[in-house]
Design a protein around this ligand. Structure first.
Ligand code: PMP
Length: 369
């Protein structure tokens, strides 16, 4: 089937093979006589789906044994409250503001703890750079330091994680990796906790994956809802409450798809990263080489996943989007807070999809010239 290329920022494209498998298993999963949606989360069928999903993502992301992987609900925005409820002990937390999502995170955390802004990249041009970690003012009393490692709206990505220990801080690093999880490896030696909604790179909305170092469990504030207490969730293998079973199943199929990927002698996440670098390079080169399109983000921190770009003549935006849609290039409109265009090129977007976009952009520019 010739499906259009979907550039949505999330919920985003899911690999076609995953959708096809889910369709073929919809009425009867593996001879069980049930759809996965109809199974008890405590039955042996679903437990096997859950265990395989957990083991596969642990292997793919090389998550060390001292980290728990939790499958929760509430998305990234709920985690903005759940993290301080679990880690802040009502004290202080460091935040580095690098775009809309880290900005939202620090605002939400203020309900539960004292927020110290250790650095910010806000400028009249918007969020277009990353403050050098050497310049961050990390509060020594903070119980954790939060960063958003890929700003989905602004298109700013950390290419390496900061080494807080080397900066003289013992506070664990919390990363919101919602929009680039599984697109590249994670250096877990620098991370205390990572969270991400599934609806960009892992599967459907409704599932949040949390990877948390065991020593950070068990410190939740008394008011923390039980279903959001990481220790309670971990002690119950993510089944304290009913987990988002169907979303976990689709994520599990996506993890198996990721495992099958190979490229340039690489497999799994390394193959994905190789492909994602090639996709991003193709698109940014097309933008930079054009007279019509531009991207505002410093080259050193441009996101591989979310590429915001603008037309120098904004009056052409509607025509650009209509032409794109007619060619099967969907959901390219930029976030309302920044305008312009945004191409989200997550794992499920093949290089051919980015090539089709670049071809269209050149054609549109030539026609308009
Ligand atoms: N963090 C980041 C980086 C995101 O991109 C998003 C969603 N776009 C969120 C948090 C919020 O996720 P949710 O809507 O699932 O709560």
């Amino acid at each position: 089937m010739n499906r259009p290329y979907n550039f949505s920022a999330g919920p985003a494209a899911i690999p076609e093979e995953v959708l096809a498998t889910a369709a073929s298993e919809m009425l009867d999963w593996h001879g069980s006589g049930m759809s996965v949606m109809e199974m008890s989360h405590r039955g042996k069928e679903f437990i096997s789906i859950y265990e395989e999903a957990e083991a596969t993502i642990r292997e793919l992301l090389a998550v060390p044994g001292q980290f728990k992987i939790l499958f929760m609900q509430g998305g990234g925005l709920a985690e903005n409250a759940i993290v301080p409820l679990n880690l802040s002990r009502g004290g202080r937390a460091n935040f580095v503001v690098t775009g809309s999502w880290s900005q939202k995170s620090q605002k939400e955390a203020q309900k539960y703890c004292e927020v110290h802004i250790a650095a910010s990249n806000a400028s009249p041009a918007g969020h277009t750079s990353l403050p050098d970690p050497a310049t961050w003012s990390l509060d020594a009393k903070a119980s954790y330091t939060h960063i958003c490692t890929n700003e989905t709206i602004d298109g700013v990505e950390f290419q390496t994680l900061p080494d807080l220990k080397a900066l003289g801080s013992d506070a664990p690093l919390v990363i919101d990796f919602s929009s680039h999880v599984a697109s590249r490896p994670v250096d877990w030696s620098k991370v205390g906790l990572a969270f991400g909604g599934a609806q960009k790179n892992l599967g459907p909305a409704g599932l949040t994956m949390v990877v948390v170092r065991e020593d950070l469990l068990g410190h939740a504030m008394a008011v923390c809802p039980s279903a959001f207490n990481y220790k309670t969730v971990a002690d119950n293998e993510s089944m304290f409450n009913t987990p988002p079973t169907y979303a976990i199943y689709i994520a599990g199929l996506t993890f198996q798809w990721l495992k099958r990927q190979s490229e340039a002698g690489l497999t799994g996440i390394a193959a994905m990263e190789h492909r994602n670098i090639a996709k991003a390079r193709l698109l940014y080169e097309a933008i930079d080489g054009s007279q019509l399109y531009f991207n505002k983000v410093d080259a050193a921190c441009r996101s591989r996943m979310n590429v915001p770009f603008f037309l120098r003549d904004e009056r052409r935006n509607d025509a650009f989007l209509a032409g794109a849609k007619a060619r099967g290039l969907l959901q390219l409109k930029g976030h309302k807070s920044v305008g312009g265009m945004r191409a989200s090129i997550y794992n499920a977007m093949p290089l051919a999809g980015v090539q089709a976009l670049v071809d269209y952009m050149r054609e549109f520019e030539t026609k308009q010239a």
